[in-house]
Design a protein around this ligand. Sequence first.
Ligand code: BDR
Ligand code: CA
Length: 313
Amino acid sequence: MSEKIPLLIDTDPGVDDALALLMAFHSEAHEVVGLTIAAGNVGLDHTVRNALKLREVVARPDVPVFPGCDGPLVHVQREDAAHVHGRDGFGDIGYPDPAGAAADEHAALAILRLSHEHAGRLLLVALGPLTNLALALRLDPTLPQRVARLVVMGGAVTAHGNITPVAEFNVGFDPEAAHVVLSGFPKYDLADWEATLAHGLHHRQAEEWLAADSPRARFYEAISRQTRLWSEDRRGELWHSADALAMAWALEPEGALELAERPLAVETEGRLARGLTAVDWNRQTGAADNARILLRYDQARFEARVQAALAAA
Ligand code: BDR
Ligand code: CA
């Protein structure tokens, strides 16, 4: 058995998902055992195609890509994040079709199978709406017993949302799925949108990293150009990469400088608060601390990982 930590990534690529995937593939301590794909940033056809392309860019055609759910569990979602990531989710650069095809197995079934194959060791990282994971959990509620660690990018722990005033995109896109997963796993690590905002990357610095003489940097420079321009125009000098921060924490837990463990529940109803991640900061409910929330991560370690992943040959 490989000494490396088996890493399964559920994702909806997505420009920031792509950076997180580059970081994951670059880690010597981890073995990416599969990419399970959700709809989210854009539709499933695009997110699957983008995952296949990314796998090609890192020359890992052996890593299976499992298409999952093409929309939320319950409601019809009309809003995606194409205005941030491009209509195709990868900056509309018109990249050539990727070689190879997606696997036949559904993402939810692949999550369960791989959880058995890597029982007790699996690092599961969720970078998109939690639809596939929720389905897997409904099919087999014992899933958490086999997952060594679940890291989720999602939520806004003091309700400073990005898709609504209170909800973050991944949770707001499919609140029922988020409820299933974040109440079904007794413990998980949460890198929320507010942590993302606290760990911005300077645009000028990022441009230097993106100028590296490597196919990865060239590809990433191209697919991220539109979203970087949008970000600088809207948010100023810092560029925020939510999934990359979550992945840094997943790959290098020692980089976390401040964490908080609290009970967390997802609001699935309400006129204003649907998709809210309600954190019981004062422990008033008596519920168990299920969420380990990232408050501060070592910025230098984060940036070093991003830089190294882009520069890698
Ligand atoms: C999350 O939403 C998506 O747009 C990003 O890929 C990230 O996973 C941030 O709220
Ligand atoms: Ca994502």
